[in-house]
Design a protein around this ligand. Structure first.
Ligand code: PMP
Length: 394
């Protein structure tokens, strides 16, 4: 009997859907040409050779030791301080970590504060839990600590329980902005004094294009441990690995480790965690991040150059120093959701700004574009198609 490969023309493998004729800047995905398939294949083989059946066993609840050691040293190189071993938890990526945070650190009815705009799928994950989302305003310098304090007081005055504050302070999704240095310490101090836990989504720290990334809020948080920082290898290696990490106070890590899910299943994705550790150990991780920084910097620059060359007057956009995204604010009177079909007719796509606001309340004049997935020439072509669509809509 010959074994047929299990394949189907109907069932997809990946999330991305190619649409003929459209340069799709809507997706925050890496360019397939920048995914390190061969080094990961070698790292997987080495992990199996080195650890044998242990590589495929239920894992240690906090994650495989070799990966935890790598996380500690890499965080020491890219952030304000090195986490101790009991301050690290390996996760199944930031999405899984967010879900765990909502499960373990919030009670039914608690309020989760989110920036406006914010990472839209974090909204979705929190909405899978019996918590209440409340938006806090942001400006060009990120979330405003004074406005946050007023919001927290207002919630308390109305009998609510503010518990978590979800933020992407470094190379934000969707805006590409970073929280101003002067605000970082203020926000951590505010969380401490108000008894709110900051959930710091640090997905893009490694993708920095104009020098070192700012210190994380976790790195500034001191002994009080009010910050739970989520890191991920989705952006710096590949999203399909489903491996990331949390750095947080030992008592917070202990709560996760002692929870039922990790007790039952062992640590998150232990085999892939060992593959990442092997990949890093060979020096491939550091080399790959350098390559990504150069490639994405060129794409970011290409997008900014084309925007400057082709956008109508009164269009504004952010200048991201890292990450995947640029946020465009359209000329007065233009609505991004109404522009989208025209843009797609012209052969490009984006995500309308309302998507990044709780209940779609805000951002109708804005849109997000990713510069991660396509080479510079196609990004430039997409921007000139967008300009054409804006002119047609105006
Ligand atoms: N947080 C942010 C801010 C993101 O942009 C993304 C990816 N789009 C994620 C979390 C998801 O990360 P992961 O793939 O590790 O679940």
């Amino acid at each position: 009997m010959t074994s047929e490969p299990i394949a189907s023309a109907q069932l997809p493998i990946g999330q991305f859907e190619e649409r003929a004729g459209i340069i799709d800047l809507a997706w925050g995905h890496p360019d397939p040409d920048l995914v390190p398939v061969e080094p990961i294949r070698r790292a997987a083989a080495r992990a199996l050779e080195r650890y044998g059946p242990e590589a495929l066993a239920y894992g240690s609840p906090a994650g495989p030791g070799p990966l935890i050691e790598f996380i500690r040293s890499r965080v020491a190189d890219t952030d304000a301080r090195m986490p101790a071993a009991d301050e690290v938890l390996v996760t199944g990526g930031s999405s899984a970590a967010l879900d765990q945070v909502a499960t373990m650190l919030a009670d039914p009815g608690d309020v989760v504060l989110v920036e406006s705009p914010t990472y839209h799928l974090a909204i979705r994950i929190f909405q899978d839990h019996p918590v209440r989302l409340v938006s806090i305003p942001t400006d060009a310098d990120g979330v405003d600590p004074d406005a946050t304090l007023q919001t927290i007081r207002g919630i308390r005055a109305a009998g609510g329980r503010p518990r978590l504050l979800y933020t992407v302070p470094t190379f934000h999704n969707p805006t590409g902005r970073s929280l101003a240095d002067a605000r970082r310490a203020d926000l951590v101090q505010l969380a401490e004094s108000e008894g709110v836990t900051i959930v710091e989504d640090d997905a893009y720290r490694e993708l920095t294009y104009d020098g070192a990334a700012p210190s994380s809020l976790w790195g500034m948080g001191g002994a009080a441990g009010v910050v739970v920082r989520l890191g991920t290898y989705a952006k710096s290696i590949a999203p399909g690995l489903r491996v990331g990490f949390v750095t947080a106070a030992p008592q917070t890590i202990a709560r996760f480790v002692q929870g039922g899910m990790l007790d039952s299943g062992g640590g998150a994705n232990p085999f892939v965690g060992l593959v990442v550790a092997e990949y890093a150990d060979a020096g491939d991780y550091a080399r790959h991040v350098d390559l990504l920084r150069a490639a994405y910097r060129e794409r970011r620059d290409g997008m900014l150059r084309s925007l400057a060359a082709s956008m109508p007057r009164e269009t504004r956009w952010t200048t991201p120093a890292g990450g995947y995204f640029c946020w465009v604010t359209l000329p007065p009177g233009l609505d991004a959701a109404r522009l989208l079909p025209l843009a797609e007719q012209a052969g490009m796509s984006f995500v309308p700004g309302t998507t990044f606001h709780v209940d779609g309340a805000g951002g109708s004049d804005s849109l997000r574009m990713a510069f991660s997935r396509y080479p510079p020439a196609l990004i430039e072509e997409a921007i000139s198609r967008l300009a054409k669509a804006i002119r047609a809509a105006a």
